[in-house]
Design a protein. Structure first.
Lengths: 143, 433
C-alpha cells in the first residue's frame, strides 16, 4: 500500500529547481505534491508525480542524482485535530515519522498527507486497524 | 617476463660499477659543454675529478626546475642543435615552458626503457596498446608510442580527448592495454557505464597509468570498474618522460627505477641532506646516459622513499615507493602538510563515494580554510537529510583523524567537478600569494 516518490539531490545554486521543473514539464510529467528539505549547501526535493519512471529517467538524463523511495499516502480529516488524531494513532503503534508533507488535491473532502515512516508496514497496519484510509498508488498518481 | 634480461637483472656490484663509469663520463661531458654546470660546479668548489665513487655524488650541487627556466630554451643542452632530433616541453603553467631535447641515441634509450616498462607491466608483442596519453609537446604520447613499437605491439595512437571515439575504438579494435592518466581511466569507466558498454565486452586487461599521483584506493576502484590490472608508471620530462620507473605486474608494489640510466637519491627537501634507504623525502635523479640534456642531481619535487629489498619479479633495480605527491602539489593548510592523494584515500575508503573531488583553499582573515567538494552519486544519496549530513560528518571526521585539520565538506551534484582528459585539477588555491 506504499506509493513511489522521487527524490532529487539539488545544490543550492540558482536555476537548479527551475531545471528540474522544466525538464519534467517538457516530458509531460505532472507534479502532484512536493517538498523541499534544505540545508545551507544542498537540498533534497521530493516529488509525487503521475509518471514516476518517466520522471526518474528524465532527471537522470539531465545529470541529476535521483532515487526512488516508498512513502505512504494517508487520508486525513480536514478539520481541527484531524492530523493530531492520525499522529496519535501512529504514536500508539510506536511508529516514527521521518518526514511528511501535504498533497495539494483533496480526496473525498479529506486532506492527503505523504508520510515517510521508519517502519512502513507497522504504520500501515496500525492505521488500517484504526479505520484510517491509506491511499493506493494508482489512485494517488491519477489524482 | 623481462625485456632486457642482461641489464634488468644485473647484480648490485655490477649496477654500481656501471653507474660510476657512466656518471663520470656524464660529468666530464657537462663540465666541458654546458656553461651552467661548469659555473655551478665551480661555485661549489668541485670538479668532475673529485667524484671518485658513488658516495661522492652528494658533493655535487642540485639542479632545479628554475635553472631550466633561467636557461630557456636551449641553455642546458649538452650537444649542438644539429644533433637534437626531438624537442619536447612541459606545460608552462607558471611561466615559460621547460624545454628538453633528445639526440637520436636518447630516443633509442627512451624507447628501450619504455619497452622494458611495458613488459614489466605485463604487456607483450601481441597486445593492442591504446595510447591515450596526449601526443604533442607533452612527452607522454610519443614516449609511450615509441616504446610500444619497440616492443612490437600494435599501437593505436589515440592521444587524449574525444571519449566517444576512444570507446568505439577500444571496443571495435580490441584494445588490450591502455595508457593514460589514472583520472582519465576513471572518467572512461564512467563513460563506458553510461554508454551501456560492459567491461566484459572489452579486451582490456592492463592499464599503465601515470603523470599524476594516485592512491592505492583509487587503484582498487579502477581495477574493479575496468576489470584490469592497473600499473603505476613514473616519469618526468626533465629526466626523460614516461618510463623512468614502473611497477612490475608480479608485485605491484613500488616502481623499479632503471638504475643503469638513472641514479636516484632521497633527500631532506629542506636541508638537502641525503637520507638513507627507506626514509621518505624528495626524489633527486641524476641521468647517466642522456646526451641531449643531462641532468645532475635534479630536484624532482616528488615525495617517495627507496625500497632496496629484492623484488619477486627478479629485477635487481631498486624500487620507489608509490609516489605520494609532489612538493609543489603539497598544500600547507594552517601549518599542516596536506597532499591531495591523502584526501583521495579517505574518500575512496568511504563506501559508495567516488574519487571525484576538488579541494578549494581560501583565506578568511588570517586563517586558511579548506573545502572538500565531493560528488553525490546514487550509491550515497539518501532522501533523508540526516543521512546526508551523516555522510558529510563522516568524511569530515575521517579527514580530521588522518590530517588533524578541520575542513568543510560540500556535497555537490554529479559531474559538476570538471572531468579531466589529462591531469586532474584537484586543487583550487584562492589564497592571496
Amino acid at each position: 500500500m506504499t506509493i513511489e516518490q522521487i527524490s532529487i539531490f539539488i545544490e543550492n545554486k540558482s536555476g537548479r529547481l527551475a531545471e528540474v521543473a522544466q525538464s519534467l514539464g517538457d516530458n509531460g510529467v505532472n507534479i502532484h505534491a512536493l517538498s523541499l528539505a534544505d540545508t545551507s549547501d544542498f537540498g533534497i526535493l521530493r516529488l509525487i508525480v503521475d509518471k514516476t519512471d518517466l520522471a526518474n529517467d528524465t532527471l537522470k538524463k539531465h545529470g541529476f542524482t535521483v532515487s526512488k523511495t516508498t512513502v505512504v499516502a494517508v487520508e486525513v480529516p480536514d478539520h481541527p485535530s484531524g492530523l493530531a488524531g492520525i499522529l496519535n494513532i501512529l504514536d500508539s503503534g510506536k511508529v516514527n515519522v521521518e518526514y511528511m508533507y501535504a498533497f495539494v488535491e483533496r480526496c473525498r473532502g479529506n486532506a492527503v498527507i505523504i508520510f515517510r515512516f521508519d517502519d512502513h508496514d507497522a504504520a500501515i497496519d496500525i492505521l488500517l486497524k484504526n479505520n484510517v484510509n491509506v491511499l493506493q498508488g494508482e489512485r494517488v498518481y491519477n489524482m | 617476463m623481462i625485456w632486457n634480461d642482461e641489464f634488468e637483472t644485473l647484480p648490485r656490484e655490477a649496477i654500481e660499477a656501471l653507474q660510476l663509469k657512466r656518471l663520470k663520463q656524464t660529468l666530464d661531458r657537462v663540465y666541458a659543454t654546458v656553461p651552467f654546470y661548469k659555473n655551478s660546479f665551480k661555485k661549489a668548489g668541485i670538479t668532475p675529478a673529485d667524484i671518485r665513487s658513488l658516495a661522492d655524488l652528494h658533493k655535487l650541487p642540485f639542479t632545479y626546475k628554475q635553472d631550466m627556466r633561467d636557461n630557456y630554451p636551449y641553455g642546458l643542452f649538452a650537444v649542438p642543435l644539429d644533433q637534437i632530433v626531438r624537442i619536447h616541453a612541459s606545460s608552462g603553467t607558471t611561466g615559460k615552458p621547460t624545454v628538453v631535447g633528445y639526440t637520436k641515441r636518447d630516443i633509442e634509450t627512451w624507447s628501450e626503457l619504455m619497452a622494458r616498462s611495458f613488459v614489466a607491466a605485463g604487456a607483450t608483442s601481441s597486445d593492442v596498446i591504446h595510447n591515450a596519453y596526449g601526443y604533442g609537446l607533452f612527452t607522454g604520447g610519443l614516449g609511450a608510442h615509441y616504446g610500444a613499437e619497440r616492443l612490437g605491439a600494435s599501437v593505436i595512437p589515440m592521444s587524449g580527448g574525444n571519449t566517444q571515439k576512444q570507446m568505439l575504438i577500444m571496443k571495435d579494435f580490441g584494445s588490450s592495454v591502455i595508457t593514460c592518466t589514472p583520472s582519465y581511466s576513471l572518467y572512461l569507466a564512467e563513460a563506458l557505464e553510461e554508454a551501456g558498454i560492459k567491461k566484459e565486452e572489452l579486451k582490456l586487461r592492463v592499464g599503465i597509468l601515470g603523470a599524476e599521483p594516485w592512491s592505492e584506493a583509487m587503484r582498487t576502484e579502477i581495477e574493479a570498474k575496468l576489470g584490469i590490472k592497473a600499473i603505476d608508471i613514473y616519469g618526468l620530462s626533465e629526466i626523460l618522460g614516461p618510463g623512468v620507473g614502473i611497477e612490475c605486474i608480479e608485485a605491484q608494489n613500488g616502481l623499479h627505477i632503471w638504475e643503469d640510466h638513472f641514479i636516484p637519491e632521497i633527500i631532506d627537501p629542506i636541508s638537502g641532506a641525503v637520507l638513507p634507504h627507506g626514509e621518505k623525502g624528495e626524489l633527486v635523479i641524476t641521468t647517466i646516459t642522456k646526451e641531449g640534456i643531462p641532468m645532475i642531481r635534479y630536484r624532482t619535487r616528488d615525495i617517495t622513499r627507496i625500497l632496496p629489498e629484492p623484488c619477486i619479479c627478479g629485477r635487481t633495480h631498486v624500487r620507489l615507493e608509490r609516489l605520494s605527491g609532489r612538493t609543489d602539489d603539497m598544500l600547507i593548510i594552517r601549518g599542516v602538510n596536506v597532499f591531495p592523494s591523502q584526501i583521495e584515500s579517505v574518500l575512496c575508503n568511504i563506501d559508495g563515494v567516488e574519487p571525484h573531488y576538488q579541494l578549494i583553499v581560501e583565506r578568511e582573515g588570517n586563517l586558511d580554510s579548506l573545502e572538500v567538494q565531493v560528488e553525490v552519486n546514487e550509491h550515497v544519496f539518501s532522501d533523508e537529510i540526516k543521512v546526508m549530513q551523516g555522510l558529510n560528518n563522516e568524511i569530515r571526521k575521517q579527514i580530521k583523524d588522518l590530517l588533524g585539520i578541520t575542513c568543510k565538506i560540500r556535497l555537490v551534484e554529479p559531474k559538476t567537478i570538471a572531468r579531466s582528459e589529462g591531469k586532474a585539477q584537484r586543487v583550487v588555491d584562492r589564497r592571496p600569494k
